[in-house]
Design a protein around this ligand. Sequence first.
Ligand SMILES: Cc1ncc(COP(=O)(O)O)c(C=O)c1O
Length: 396
Amino acid sequence: MKNDKAKPDSVLTHAGSHPERHNGAVNPPVYRVSTVVFPTYAELQAGASKPFDSMRYGRHGTPTSFAFEEAVCALDGGYRSIAVCSGQAAIASTLAALLKAGDHALIADSVYHPTRAYCLDHLTRYGIEIEFYDPLIGGDIAKLMRPNTKLVFTESPGSLTFEIQDIPAIADAAHQAGAIVVMDNTWATPLFFKALDKGVDVTLQAATKFLVGHSDAMLGVITCKHEDHWRRIKSAIGVSGVAAGSEEVFLGLRGIRTLGVRLRQHQESGLKVARWLQNHPLVTRVIHPALPEDPGHALGQRDFTGACGLFAVELRNAPFKAVEALVDRRKYFGIGFSWGGFESLILPTVGAIHRTATKWQPSGPTVRLHIGLEDPDDLIADLEEGLKLYEQHLSP
Ligand SMILES: Cc1ncc(COP(=O)(O)O)c(C=O)c1O
């Protein structure tokens, strides 16, 4: 970056951009590459001394992936970033690289379910002790620290249930016990939550969501605050083979350029729809940390600079066929996993919330909404129609 004090939107627009390296082209070309050839064996060998900084082999990175990593790192304010082939690869690779047999890891009870599954189904097989903690524990996490606690995994807000974690308090307690703090920062992105400034050591995102932003690529990215963490994770990724594809990093970099305007629109439309839902008689609760009524609001105001358009609603109790009537064949809301694209999505979360350290018992069915870039009035009209169908299944 030309100017270290640049504001976030200027960082988004210019970070990682080097037209002078690409004949003046604003965007770096997509390097489709496996083999990289060298004129002499000595030059091939010379690359071995700086394995992560030049093009040596497709799996180790290309000018396109280096540009994407540079842009994300500038936004995160970290030491260096690493692009991988999905958000889940970012999570699994980070945990696998930083933990070893005999270590104890504390994982927020509200994490994305595949994070929980990876910990339970895989890390435990390698002799790593996994313990889930109440995401609202704050500084009391100090009481869960053991001599072998090496890592605390956070995700804020939590997946599906949207609890805001007190990241600075958790990080403080973890660091006092010598543990590394990792955060899944996919919801806010570093534009709305500066994880590394709040005490996190390794922050990661499913770039599949807001960075790519158009529902057309799988991508993950990890940013480390410290060189030794970066080196451990980067080395592990080199041999586990989960490098990001060339087209995907290009799409991730292109998405970053418009992240600011998209995210602010998701935020504005999301809040408009959320406020409308709050006043609907069939909605018992809107679970959106940026609403003043939300229990996470005060912490959110303190630590976040914005909110995306992903939140949940709890509905008046009704049989599941009511939920199907609400979500099926909406005009604008597709039913699907993932989020962060330009299009709105709706997903029933009944039965999808898994807890072991805490209880999460809604009084009725829950549905997650991703508010896209459509006109929010059209989205409200679409939901209004769906809620009328929902009502038909309520007992009189
Ligand atoms: C919070 C969160 N983290 C990580 C992931 C995984 O990302 P990906 O689908 O790119 O593997 C997801 C996907 O939905 C997610 O919601």
